[in-house]
Design a protein around this ligand. Structure first.
Ligand code: 6PG
Length: 253
């Protein structure tokens, strides 16, 4: 596999994907806590990871790791209040943070109650204060059907940001150019690529075309944001059968 591709696992369905991911989260969390006394975990947003977060909060997994030694961060956030239906923080709070009673002191939320530029600057300060030099112990990411990761969308100026850990971005950059307002705050590529371990969770048939494009590395095509992932550490793709349907890879039983 090419360096960008990392290692690729195909699971029979979304439930099996969440189970495999939950096992990796706990395994890496236990190792980080044993080695360094803390687990610095960046959560993915969107809809896919909710199933993983709910599973991590079940009795089968909740007791396998000392969540009180975790520090929770976010890969990106929509510029909406933390209790908004579109908030990645709210999704994580409802599925993982509240069920596991993770204290607010351990949760480094992107402060979207402030305007986007101020929220991004505040989050950058927070990352510089709390994140070890080696970066996240584990970075969870999803991927859009256009190959975006976090809120780094194709053509976004935020892709070129090298000096700040977090930046302001817009979804549908052309929409923003037309006066559309879908502001985001996102980790920048250097921060994403610093992680010791990165898990990319990709589920569902709508992602199959971009998965093929990325993992088969179409010659000459401009790199998509996900292809700009060159982690210092490991990169693992966890796909379900639907997302991997254009790949001739074995499906784990
Ligand atoms: C977000 C996420 C984004 C997400 C992808 C996939 O804020 O939406 O950070 O990068 O991971 O868009 O989203 P789904 O899991 O909903 O397909």
């Amino acid at each position: 596999m090419t360096p960008t591709a990392g290692t690729v696992r195909v699971l029979p369905d979304a439930a099996a994907l969440f189970l495999a991911a939950a096992r990796r989260v706990v395994e890496l969390g236990q190792a980080a806590i044993a080695a360094r006394g803390a687990f610095h975990l960046a959560l993915a947003g969107g809809s896919t990871p909710a199933g993983l977060y709910r599973l991590l909060a079940t009795p089968a997994f909740a007791g396998q790791m000392d969540w009180h030694r975790s520090h929770i961060y976010f890969g990106d956030e929509r510029a909406v209040p933390p209790d908004h239906a579109d908030s990645n923080y709210r999704m994580a709070r409802d599925t993982l943070l509240a069920p596991l009673a993770i204290s607010e002191a351990q949760v480094h939320r992107i402060p979207t109650e402030h305007p986007p530029a101020e929220a991004a600057a505040a989050y950058s300060r927070c990352l510089r204060q709390h994140l070890p030099p080696e970066g996240f112990d584990l970075l969870l990411l999803g991927m859009g059907a256009d190959g975006h990761i976090a809120s780094l969308f194709p053509g976004s100026a935020a892709l070129d940001q090298r000096n700040k850990p977090a930046a302001v971005a817009t979804h549908e950059p052309k929409l923003a150019a037309a006066g559309g307002v879908d502001w985001r705050i996102t980790l920048t590529l250097p921060t994403l690529n610093q992680a010791r371990h990165t898990l990319l969770l990709v589920s569902g048939a709508p992602k199959a075309d971009v998965v093929r494009h990325v993992l088969r590395r179409v010659a000459g095509a401009a790199p998509l944001p996900v292809q700009m992932l060159h982690p210092a550490g490991t990169l693992e793709w966890l796909l379900d059968r639907e997302a991997a349907r254009h790949l001739d890879l074995p499906v784990e039983s």
